[in-house]
Design a protein around this ligand. Structure first.
Ligand code: ZN
Length: 217
């Protein structure tokens, strides 16, 4: 039985092990060296421990590509903001976009100045609502019935956005029509319970109101 783990034929990221290279280990350490071939075609000899530990992933081409990508990102700042702008413009202004019917066609517009210039949008965001707090944040409309306009945008997580959409939900209960929150206040219904019944249990507003009142009795 070999005193080492045979790595022949195994893959580590971009590297595939060809064979063991008989190099005498220094300082009596148990080390094995392997000839590997990279996906790009280059061969090299590397330490088995580095392979197994995930520290040797390519001939060096992977690091070169990562450095090149970082340098491109530096030359073109705020890529995430520009991507967000592009997506907003698509759903608000491009009738062939899948989401257009929920946005542009429903009156959710994009401020004309932002529409014509990505940098006017990026600069507004950076100056007024600040840089993106995390990759989980997207641009949310404060008033869901209004478009992407100065004063009506903020950063929000998906969870916050869905909460905002539900609170802007228009309902009619006992003949009173309005945003769920307003209607709940007028009818003295628990907004939290109503939101749960309508949002989670998918009950219609009138049924939800009846059950919430039932609980209160
Ligand atoms: Zn390579």
């Amino acid at each position: 039985m070999p005193a080492f783990k045979d790595l022949s034929g195994k893959r580590f990221h971009r590297l595939t092990v060809i064979e063991r290279v008989p190099i005498a280990p220094k300082n009596g350490k148990k080390r094995t060296f392997w000839r590997v071939i990279c996906d790009c075609g280059k061969e090299k000899v590397t330490d088995g421990a580095l392979l197994a530990g995930g520290h040797s992933k390519s001939c060096g081409c992977l690091q070169r590509e990562t450095v090149a990508a970082a340098s491109i990102a530096r030359k073109r700042p705020h890529k995430d903001l520009r991507d967000i702008w592009y997506q907003i413009r698509e759903r608000c202004c491009n009738p062939s976009n899948k989401a257009f019917s929920f946005y542009g066609a429903s009156g959710i517009c994009l401020c004309p100045e932002w529409k014509s210039s990505v940098w006017s949008f990026v600069n507004y965001v950076l100056d007024h609502i600040g840089p993106r707090p995390s990759s989980g944040h997207t641009i949310d409309r404060i008033n869901g019935k209004m478009g992407y306009l100065p004063g009506n945008i903020r950063w929000a997580t998906r969870k916050e956005q869905s909460r905002n959409r539900k609170s802007n939900l228009v309902v009619e209960i006992d003949g009173i029509k309005g945003c769920l929150k307003e209607v709940c206040e007028k009818l003295n219904l628990s907004y939290t319970q109503m939101l749960y019944k309508i949002g989670k249990l998918k009950q219609d507003p009138q049924t939800a109101a009846a059950t919430v009142r039932g609980i209160g009795m």
